[in-house]
Structures are given as structure tokens and as C-alpha cells.
Design a protein around this ligand. Structure first.
Ligand SMILES: [Cu+2]
Length: 148
């Protein structure tokens, strides 16, 4: 009798809808690299359904993975590392060339069009709980004269 009840409770728990906050990732892509290039930029649109923060990530294609921001300063495009990127509830945050982006540093090989780049994003919920998001980014050819 008790075992039946326990099984039932367990089944109900497993069937409960996921209440966790989540982030929708769209249009994820990585800029193709030239042979020998050691860094690559990654871009995507992120929409969280609750206030969350992107705090980092990783990818098997590079030694390190950083969050970056590009800014025009005295006529020069400067790139800075940022510790986190806020993802306000319901707002689509665009990581795009010349602005916020993720950066693959210490590439283990050339990134070519047609490849898929797997990466894991780490996002933090408002209560501090961390989530990992698996993302597959497509590789697109470089356009324009920017470094990444
Ligand atoms: Cu960068």
C-alpha cells in the first residue's frame, strides 16, 4: 500500500510541468575563421522568460570561452571582456557583430562554413541557480573587415 502511494507521488512529480525559468536561443552562428586564426566570435539572440543573466560558457572547439563587448572609442573599435550579460524578462538580447558577442579563444582548429559549433551557455536565474544550455551554432562566412 505504502509503496503504491510512493510510486504514485513519484509519477506525479515526474509528470509535473517544468516550472524552471528558461532562455530561448535563436539564430546562433559563429564566424568562419582563416587558417591559423586563434579566435572566433559567436552571435545569437537570447530571450529569457524571467530575469536571468548569462554568466559564461564553454565549447569543445576552443580552450576558453568569454563574453565580450565591442565599443567605439576615439575612433577605434575596442573589445572588452564582460563578466555577465543581463537577460531581462521577455526582452530579446542580440549578440551581434560590433556589439555583445561570445568569443572562442585558443581555437583548436579552423572553423569552416558548413560546420556546426557546439557550445554550452551558463545562465543564472534570479535566485542564483545556474542552468546550462546546449546550443549548436552554424558557421557563416566572414563579412566586412572586422576581426571577428
Ligand atoms: Cu571578442
Amino acid at each position: 500500500m505504502q509503496r503504491t502511494l510512493l510510486t504514485l507521488i513519484l509519477a506525479m512529480t515526474l509528470a509535473a510541468p517544468a516550472l524552471a525559468d528558461s532562455v530561448k536561443v535563436e539564430n546562433a552562428w559563429v564566424r568562419a575563421t582563416a587558417p591559423g586564426q586563434k579566435v572566433a566570435g559567436g552571435f545569437m539572440n537570447l530571450t529569457a522568460d524571467a530575469d536571468m543573466t548569462l554568466v559564461g560558457g564553454s565549447s569543445p572547439v576552443s580552450k576558453t570561452f568569454e563574453l565580450h563587448f565591442m565599443k567605439m572609442e576615439n575612433g577605434v573599435m575596442e573589445m572588452r571582456q564582460v563578466k555577465e550579460i543581463a537577460l531581462p524578462k521577455g526582452k530579446t538580447v542580440r549578440l551581434e557583430p560590433g556589439d555583445l558577442h561570445v568569443m572562442f579563444i585558443g581555437l583548436k582548429g579552423q572553423i569552416k562554413p558548413g560546420q556546426k559549433v557546439p557550445l554550452t551557455l551558463v545562465v543564472k536565474e534570479a535566485d542564483g541557480k545556474e542552468q546550462k544550455l546546449a546550443v549548436e551554432a552554424e558557421v557563416r562566412k566572414a563579412g566586412g573587415g572586422m576581426r571577428h
